[in-house]
Design a protein around this ligand. Structure first.
Ligand code: GDP
Ligand code: MG
Length: 441
């Protein structure tokens, strides 16, 4: 998306605020990107409406492009929708033994997620956890959970053949109470599709144990289907939270946005692999970035806003327009680059530029060059900085020594300064500078 937006805004000139046209053009791209990320149409439409309202007329920070500005607004709004108004509350697992019911379709990742969650509760929260499989449909389902239990060191309810799910659930409740467990997780059977038998079974279990949390486990790659499943389960038994699995795949995470926007249910965790550690807390920030499919452009925008003092920048521009560019000006520019993370930092934040940054690193154009150049300027006197023409051999020797560097490096710096000053002079005269600055930023 950021590439797209970048393209759109390359053609635009800079103005004081985002115009309606700017925003409209950008929003078409945003909408397409959301749909590509598997966000449902009504959700995408609604989202675009909200962002349009926020972006139109928003002041453009001088140091960043309108495109970057819009990306930031879109990103922030995505984050807000994903986090929900009230944020993500902690799991209700006080009052032991607290039952957690895991529901969802077959193959969504329920059994795996049950074990991952048990491990997490045990290791991070220091809870004593019991797991029970209520899946009497698939022959090996109960063994699957028992094996995972052994693997992660969490107890599972002993398997008794021929029991109905609701009876197993009751047995788990009793056992959790007697055994002094803090939490017990009930892994239910799933079907390939939602049907009455499945729903009745889940409803029965729900009524029998009154779970503190009913977590819906859905495949995050199924997009719209995941949202429909969530609505069905919520209508029948009441869902308190969602776990999106397979977020390690190449899906773009759009299901998360639809899920939150349509159902209003908090997404609590995301599954990021088959291993028992691959369960992460849901982080709106990260998913927002993923939906936008960008490098770290938002971070770049934030940094630019932080660093650039608009007035200082204006003052500098005026000097440049007059063709003035002394060592103090150069120092200001170098420092600016340094604050933004140096060459590598700057490039690394732009999508697709990582490779180039590495090459530059090899060529010796790394961060430390900025430091050395600034050190050289710092060891000049005030007069020398204002008028670098003063620098003859003896002064050069003194300056290089003061910075702990070679004269050759100082010569390079002076050459760079001359070139830049020349450029400023030429461009300042022809009114080119303004255009160039607009193009660069
Ligand atoms: P259930 O039928 O809902 O109980 O689903 P399972 O827990 O048996 O999982 C079905 C398959 O999905 C298994 O092969 C799991 O290893 C796999 N799986 C579950 N969660 C994830 C995940 O977050 N990422 C990936 N890549 N695979 C997962
Ligand atoms: Mg299962």
């Amino acid at each position: 998306l950021s590439d797209r937006l970048g393209g759109v805004f390359d053609r635009l000139t800079k103005q004081g605020a985002l115009s309606e046209d700017d925003v409209r053009t950008a929003m078409r791209e945003v909408r397409v990107a959301l749909l590509e990320a598997d966000v449902s149409l009504p959700v995408a439409r609604d989202f675009v409406k909200r962002v349009t309202a926020k972006a139109t007329g928003a002041a453009v920070t001088k140091s960043i492009t309108p495109g970057q500005q819009v990306i930031k607004i879109v990103h922030d709004e995505l984050k807000a929708v994903l986090a929900g108004e009230e944020g993500i509350p902690p799991l209700k697992i006080d009052n032991p033994p607290a039952p957690i019911l895991m529901v969802g379709l077959q193959g969504g990742g329920k059994t795996t997620t049950t074990a991952k969650l048990a491990k997490r509760l045990k290791e991070r929260d220091g809870k004593r956890v019991l797991m029970a499989s209520l899946d009497v449909n698939r022959p090996a389902a109960m063994e699957q959970l028992a094996i995972l239990g052994t693997q992660i060191g969490v107890d599972t309810l002993p398997i008794v053949a021929g029991q109905k799910p609701v009876d197993i659930a009751k047995r788990a409740k009793t056992q959790a109470g007697l055994g002094g467990y803090d939490v017990y997780l009930l892994d239910t059977a799933g079907r390939l599709q939602i049907d009455q038998v499945l729903m009745d079974e889940v409803a029965q279990v729900h009524a029998a144990v009154q779970p503190r949390e009913t977590l819906l486990v859905v495949d995050g790659l199924t997009g719209q289907v995941a949202v429909e499943v969530a609505e069905e389960f919520d209508a029948k038994v009441g869902v308190t939270g969602v776990v999106l699995t397979r977020m390690d795949g190449d899906g773009r995470g759009g299901a998360a946005l639809s899920m939150r926007a349509v159902t209003g249910k908090p997404i609590r965790f995301v599954g990021t692999g088959e291993k028992m550690d691959a369960l992460e807390s849901f982080e709106p920030d990260r998913i927002a970035g993923r939906i936008l499919g960008m490098g770290d452009i938002v971070a770049l925008v934030e940094k630019a806003q932080e660093v650039m003092e608009v007035e200082a920048q204006d003052r500098m521009m005026k000097r440049f327009q007059k063709g003035l560019f002394n060592m103090n000006d150069l120092r200001g520019q170098l420092q600016q680059m340094q604050k933004m993370g140096g060459m590598e930092g700057l490039m690394g934040m732009m999508p697709g530029m990582g490779k180039m940054a590495k090459q530059m690193d090899k060529a010796g154009l790394d961060d430390s060059i900025l430091k050395r150049q600034i050190a050289l300027i710092d060891s000049m006197t005030k007069k020398e900085r204002a008028n670098p023409a003063l620098l003859q051999a003896s002064r050069k020797k003194r300056i290089a020594k003061g910075a702990g560097l070679e004269v050759s490096e100082l010569n390079q710096l002076l050459k760079m300064h001359r070139q830049m000053a020349d450029m400023m002079k030429k461009m300042g005269k022809g009114g080119m500078l303004k255009k160039a600055m607009a193009m660069m930023s």
